[in-house]
Design a protein around this ligand. Structure first.
Ligand code: AP5
Ligand code: ZN
Length: 218
């Protein structure tokens, strides 16, 4: 099963990707997490991506498409994967279609802009695994500490208010068009990906229950 998670920054893509990954035993492919890992390693990709990410813009389509093509060729993707934060532009979606990567389901998580700043300023993340928490909505058992590894949680560099507003503007300018792109594709027939929109303002567990039941075809 191959799934695309679509939605603005802070919609809950990473949060729901982890539930889907556990339920269907398929890996989460987060281009944002991969880029953050590249920055931490100090690789050439990380050097190119860092200032763009901190300004709330998008890394070039060519770099991202190569990164994803390499990732999906790995053996753990044989039974499918969850794309989290990819595709993010029409050319990225087109590259996926041109590479004949069939998608079963596009899951849109919708949250209005005014809720997003609150969500992202309260987010904490475990850098090693990408696990996400929220200081109020989904706190770790011990403040500032990852539940699974006991390692410290961090705040992302791009979760500052000014950068969050830039990321939202980038989403509306470059990514929101994918909603129409995939809604149209869903009309194309039996092999086309299904498309479902979820109200991401509900609690984490409500969104989880609705998404999992839809993906299981219940
Ligand atoms: P990326 O890492 O993909 O960031 P994003 O799309 O901005 O999304 P977020 O990770 O901020 O939000 P999310 O939807 O995953 O929400 P989460 O579950 O964490 O990309 C970062 C940057 O990398 C981009 O700006 C760009 O520069 C670059 N990049 C990445 N991919 C790219 C691509 N394909 N092309 C070009 N450039 C690319 O939840 C957020 C918070 O809310 C958490 O604290 C969580 O606990 C909480 N929360 C979640 N759900 C709920 C709920 N239902 N109720 C209450 N709180 C909730
Ligand atoms: Zn994320």
């Amino acid at each position: 099963m191959r799934i695309i998670l679509l939605g603005p920054p802070g919609a809950g893509k990473g949060t729901q990707a982890q539930f889907i990954s556990q339920e269907f035993d398929i890996p989460q492919i987060s281009t944002g997490d991969m880029l953050r890992a590249a920055i931490k390693e100090g690789s050439e990709l990380g050097r190119q991506a860092e200032s763009i990410m901190n300004a709330g813009g998008l890394v070039s389509d060519d770099l991202i498409i190569n990164l994803v093509k390499e990732r999906i060729a790995k053996p753990d993707c044989a039974n499918g994967c969850i794309f989290d934060g990819f595709p993010r532009t029409i050319p990225q979606a087109q590259a996926l279609a041109d590479a004949d990567v069939a998608i079963n389901h596009v899951v849109e998580i919708s949250v209005p802009d005014d809720e997003i700043v609150n969500r992202l300023s309260g987010r904490r993340q475990h850098p090693g695994s990408g696990r996400v928490y929220h200081i109020a909505h989904n706190p770790p058992k011990v403040e500032g500490i990852d539940d699974v590894t006991g390692e410290p949680l961090i705040q992302r560099d791009d979760d500052k208010e000014d950068t969050i507003r830039e990321r939202l503007s980038t989403y509306h300018q470059q990514t929101a068009a994918l909603v129409g792109f995939y809604q149209e594709k869903a009309q194309e027939g039996a092999d086309a990906p299904a498309y479902t929109k979820f109200d991401g303002t509900q609690g984490i567990d409500e969104v989880k229950a609705q998404v999992l039941s839809t993906l299981k075809g219940e």
